[in-house]
Ligand binder design. Structure first.
Ligand code: ZN
Length: 540
């Protein structure tokens, strides 16, 4: 491969490229045990939240509520300022056997403002002081598309679901620009070390702000030549007006200067439904649920699904977070301004709505309209992506954490219809992989592994899940490298042919062996070398 001006000049035999060398040519001779691949793009990574995650409490490793409270107590002790917020994430009512409450936090973080996201970031656990400052009482009603969990007497008990979380988020002061800039700059370098050269940021998890802080930060970093990777940053509904006013079109550079083309405008990110873990994904047929799942009470699944769906007919089918007509209106308005839509849809009912809404705007923007997650789909809907020109943005690593939830919540339907990777590809869909960090770790390789194996070495029950939906290693790497570039309308990225951007990684060949083994070398592979725009950006 010969590289010049940031692009691949030619790829082939040594004889093909020898004529392109000159005096100043630097030669890299790789051994036969090394393979060059296009650099990976994470098509779904929340940039600001992932960058700031290390400064927050991480409850993922807390096996019980008491373990979690010990971590909260330690974080409380480290915060000298009595008015500082204690933020974090990673608790899971499935893991803890019940939903936590504000009262649980009383001893661990007395009189502290606390806001802790659940593992799936669809619920927020607040302290009594937070509830007080929100003015949340028994008279507070559930907002459209959201639910407030309550004590038997009707008073809010500390957990807020879906759109109800915005009421807590509004109170929390955003990070300072300098803190965010430094955190994103550092995260970009960390991603390079994993072979990730680009990211699609679907916006802040707790988006209630006019324009994402990441847009400002990435524009600034790109202009100063401090952005080591490429980013597409999306806006949420609240930021659409501001984005249109600022003339931000999907694919357009956010700034000027040395790395101007590294920071680009992404999509308009909307939500059709909630999540599997919270029982708020919108389904065609009701949740199965049921007792006996490792001691998880009915409250965890059925309570959440029933309560939150009460406003949607009370039929246990999850939550419609944004009504169809509203999705249509927003997607249309964005498309008229050159901004493509991306709709979060986890349940099969939500997916049908997302495809209906995105279909009519296809072909009107540089990038493809896309559905995020696609965790549960009917066969009929799988066939609708390709012909319409809608892309599927899937995070196969969710399967590792959510396999038990899928089996309980979706029953026998799960194995056939959940995480339908082969079904999507067989129907001609453009598939783009991501991690959904910070919901899952930023390492892309375990997701590539599980897409090919449908099995995780972390599972107690070592039985593949929906084995018929496994894809080949080549298909998985395409979804991690080429798919996101196609979705973004970057026709000069994701391949290493002549004329394409020289974004590439060098990895050990022994990691790329089929059949892929769960817990084998692929899931923990690290590149020796990473180049962006033909420049070596990382070297082990
Ligand atoms: Zn996400």
């Amino acid at each position: 491969m010969a590289i010049g001006g940031g692009r691949v000049l030619a790829a082939g035999t040594l004889a093909d490229i020898e004529g392109l060398t000159g005096r100043g040519t630097r030669r890299l001779i790789l051994g036969p045990d090394r393979v060059v691949l296009p650099g990976l793009t994470d098509a779904h990574l929340h940039l600001a939240d992932t960058a700031l995650a290390s400064r927050r409490v991480d409850l993922e490793a807390a096996a019980t509520l008491n373990d979690g409270l010990a971590l909260v107590a330690a974080a409380h002790g480290r915060l000298a300022d009595l008015d500082a917020w204690l933020e974090g994430s990673g608790w899971d009512p499935w893991r803890w056997g019940r939903w936590p409450t504000a009262a649980d936090l009383r001893a661990a973080a007395p009189d502290r403002r606390v806001a802790l996201w659940s593992h799936d970031h669809h619920a927020l656990w607040a302290s009594e002081r937070t509830l007080r400052e929100m003015g949340a009482t028994g008279d507070t009603v559930d907002p459209p598309g959201g639910a407030i969990r309550r004590a038997p007497d009707g008073t809010p008990d500390g957990c807020f679901q879906e759109t109800a979380t915005e009421r807590v988020v509004r109170l929390i002061s955003p990070p300072t620009p300098q803190l965010l800039d430094e955190a994103i700059e550092a995260l970009a370098r960390e991603l390079l070390g994993l072979g990730v050269v680009a990211v699609h940021d679907p916006g802040e998890l707790a988006a209630d702000r006019t324009l994402s802080g990441a847009i400002r930060a990435c524009r600034m970093l790109a202009e100063r030549g401090r952005l080591a990777i490429r980013v597409h940053v999306s806006v949420r509904a609240a930021g659409l007006g501001a984005a249109i006013e600022a003339g931000l079109r999907t694919g357009a550079s956010l700034g000027t200067g040395e790395h101007a083309d590294r920071a680009r405008m992404g999509w308009l990110k909307l939500f059709a439904d909630g999540s599997l873990g919270s029982g708020t994904a919108a389904l065609i047929e009701p949740y199965e649920g049921g007792p006996g799942y490792r001691g998880v009470t009915d409250d965890v699944m059925r309570g959440a699904a029933d309560r939150s769906s009460a406003r949607n007919g009370g039929d246990g089918r999850g939550v419609v977070v944004t009504p169809r007509a509203e999705l249509r209106r927003l997607v249309e308005r964005a498309a008229n301004a050159g901004i493509a839509g991306q709709i979060h849809a986890i349940g099969d009912a939500a997916l049908g709505v997302a495809l209906d809404v995105l279909g009519p705007v296809c072909g009107r923007t540089v990038a493809m309209p896309r559905v995020e997650h696609v965790q549960f789909a009917t066969r009929r809907d799988l066939g609708r992506f390709g012909p319409a020109g809608i892309a599927a943005s899937v995070q196969p690593i969710h399967l590792r954490s959510d396999v038990d939830k899928a089996r309980v919540a979706w029953g026998v339907r799960a194995e056939a219809n959940a995480f339908p990777l082969r079904g999507l590809l067989d129907a001609g869909t453009v598939v783009a992989f991501g991690t959904d960090a910070p919901v899952e770790p930023i390492d892309p390789w375990p997701g590539i592994e599980i897409a090919a194996t449908r099995l995780s070495s972390q599972w107690v029950d070592r039985r593949p899940f929906g084995a018929a939906e496994a894809i080949s290693l080549e298909q998985a790497i395409r979804a991690a490298a080429l798919g996101p570039a196609v979705v973004a309308g970057e026709h000069d990225r994701g391949r290493l042919n002549g004329g394409h951007r020289a974004d590439f990684i060098v990895v050990p060949a022994n990691a790329l062996i089929e059949p892929v083994e769960a817990g084998g070398p692929l899931g923990s592979v690290r590149p020796d070398l990473v180049a962006v725009d033909g420049e070596i950006a990382f070297e082990a």
